[in-house]
Write a protein that binds this ligand. Structure first.
Ligand code: HEC
Ligand code: HEC
Length: 283
């Protein structure tokens, strides 16, 4: 590791001694019925990198953790309700709503969030859930695309995610998705910016440590979209990536860009085996 990178880490980490993961044995059972796997053996592709994968939920303070245990306390659930209204609302030149084609969201979207990003044969590329939502809006409804990290997109993603809560993340990384996955992996380990930090510098080498006023997790996206207490809004995966890249003082990519899709595919696959938690609650 370069001296400069070491200095940069030292500058941002307030303390770097013992591994201080929050209560690793804490259990998350949502609404007294959905048992979440917040800690599990890492997927084989993480051999040599991580033995265990830990949900970001484990790194939150008790009060934040408990907000996620009950939908009445989870402030993100309001956005799920709004997403439900959108689901049944006709929009665009074709006079259709999501429900016109997909029917009940509970039936048609169960399991979807667990597998995305995913190779799409028709399109011949890896697609994120957000891209599928916009494809349906533009090509099938004659409606306007939602901004990639907009509030409307985030709440539709929230509605769809909730249908998979408790299911294990199961993102495919082989077959036609392999090239993009490799690209995402390279991004994850590339040091960028003035601070010369990679995603791994913080989320693999330093998870459990404190950074500024925060507690570093492994940076998984099984809880996305997340409700952030900081700004009382939902944050999407690319919105979060953008913030993290900016923190390394690097030029960031645009949400929805091929680069961020590749990064999302790779990051999602690191969380394989953890439960889909979205909508989760974070700082
Ligand atoms: C005119 C019919 C139609 C409408 C309206 C429509 N969709 Fe779709 N949707 C489809 C079809 C067909 C597919 C499969 C496309 C594919 O796999 O390439 C699809 C796929 C999807 C997928 C990916 C599902 C999977 O199995 O991987 C999501 C997510 C989705 N739609 C969300 C939405 C949302 C949200 C809306 C409303 C904003 C919507 N759709 C409106 C027809 C529609
Ligand atoms: C300088 C350290 C640092 C770097 C480098 C960094 N992050 Fe983060 N990241 C954080 C902090 C701090 C948080 C908030 C606490 C947490 O969950 O780790 C965070 C949170 C996240 C989360 C949310 C996790 C959750 O459960 O809510 C994701 C996802 C994430 N980062 C991905 C990335 C990716 C991808 C990269 C590389 C492009 C990256 N981060 C680079 C510091 C960093």
């Amino acid at each position: 590791m370069k001296i400069k990178a070491l200095t940069a880490i030292a500058a941002v980490l307030l303390s770097a001694p013992a591994f201080v993961a929050a209560d690793e044995d804490a259990e998350l059972i949502v609404n007294g019925e959905i048992e979440m796997v917040t800690k599990t053996a890492a997927a084989p592709h993480l051999e040599g990198a991580l033995d265990e994968v830990l949900s970001g939920w484990l790194f939150r303070a008790d009060e934040t953790q408990s907000l996620q245990a009950d939908d009445f306390d989870n402030p993100g659930m309001i956005f799920v309700d709004q997403g439900m209204d959108d689901w049944g609302t006709v929009d665009g030149s074709e006079g259709k709503s999501c429900a016109s084609c997909h029917g009940d969201v509970e039936d048609s979207m169960a399991g979807i969030r667990a597998e995305y990003p995913k190779w799409n044969d028709t399109a011949g590329e890896v697609r994120t859930m957000a891209q599928m939502i916009n494809e349906c809006r533009v090509d099938r409804m004659g409606a306007e695309a939602h901004g990639y990290t907009s509030a409307k997109m985030a709440r539709m993603e929230a509605l769809i995610s909730v249908q998979s809560r408790g299911m294990p993340v199961n993102v495919a990384i082989d077959g036609p998705a392999a090239d993009m996955w490799a690209q995402g992996k390279e991004m994850f380990y590339s040091r960028t910016g003035q601070l010369e930090l990679s995603c791994a510098s913080c989320h693999e080498e330093n998870y459990g440590n404190r950074i500024r006023s925060d507690h570093l997790s492994q940076g998984h996206i099984n809880g996305f979209p997340v409700y952030r207490l900081k700004n009382a809004k939902l944050t999407t995966p690319h919105g979060r990536f953008k913030g993290c890249v900016r923190d390394t003082r690097a030029q960031t990519y645009s949400p929805g860009s091929d680069d961020f899709v590749a990064l999302e595919l790779y990051v999602a696959s690191r969380g394989n085996g953890l439960s889909v938690e979205g909508v989760s609650v974070r700082n």
